[in-house]
Design a protein around this ligand. Structure first.
Ligand code: COA
Length: 181
């Protein structure tokens, strides 16, 4: 996969990437993924969301990573690091998204590896995420070593408006010696 690369975006690069990111998010929603938005959802509908992400990159609350293949942005993931003062060691992993035309090529695995490295570089060693129960992503996180915590039923909606549960996961990047504290 020498034609694939992962890039951590600066605020200016995030702004430049907005159209590609909007295209990926719209493709995922229209592909049936429960990732925050309802169908019908077009790339232009996704622009305000990504503009907010670009602002969060600018103010240091979000780390934004993209996967590129042959120079085209086809996947992305975010780390939310704007945590409260008593959670300086935690990050929220958000919006792992790969365009349908680039699935199954290992982009999500590369993005997740890079997100873990970025988290460690920011001193974050407890990572948390949630995903739609029963989605393909749910299986992938277990494969990547995330610990399943449990399911909250009716947590969100699928793009077509049906309820879906959310499965919560965490990953500890350092051994946890004292548990549960
Ligand atoms: C979930 C998603 C990000 C996976 O992206 P991807 O780049 O196709 O995944 P990869 O090719 O990196 O695959 C990673 C691993 O998961 C496995 N996998 C990929 N798709 C799978 C599927 N539909 N069912 C089961 N396993 C799957 C792969 O075999 C691979 O395992 P391996 O490395 O041991 O072979 C992509 O399907 C997607 O964007 N879905 C819609 C958005 C979404 O639901 N995101 C999650 C939000 S929490």
């Amino acid at each position: 996969m020498s034609d694939v690369s992962i890039r951590l975006l600066t605020p200016a690069q995030a702004t430049a990437a907005l159209p590609a990111l909007a295209d990926i998010l719209a493709d995922c929603v229209e592909g049936g993924a429960s990732v925050g938005f309802l169908s019908p959802y077009r790339p232009q509908d996704a622009m305000p969301y990504w503009e907010g992400v670009a602002r969060a990159v600018g103010n240091g609350e979000t780390v934004l990573l993209v996967a590129e293949k042959n120079g085209a942005i086809l996947g992305t993931v975010q780390l939310g690091i704007g945590t409260l003062p008593n959670q300086p060691h935690r990050a929220d992993l958000k919006k792992l998204l790969v365009h349908r035309r680039a699935r199954g090529l290992g982009l999500s695995r590369l993005l997740m590896d890079a997100a873990e490295k970025a988290a460690a570089a920011h001193g974050r060693h407890i990572l948390v995420l949630d995903t739609a129960t029963g989605s393909p992503a749910e299986m992938i996180y277990e494969k990547l070593g995330w610990q399943r915590v449990g399911v909250i039923p009716h947590y969100a909606l699928m793009p077509d408006g049906r309820y879906c549960g959310s499965t919560f996961f965490y990953k500890a990047l350092q051994p946890i010696e004292i548990w549960p504290a």
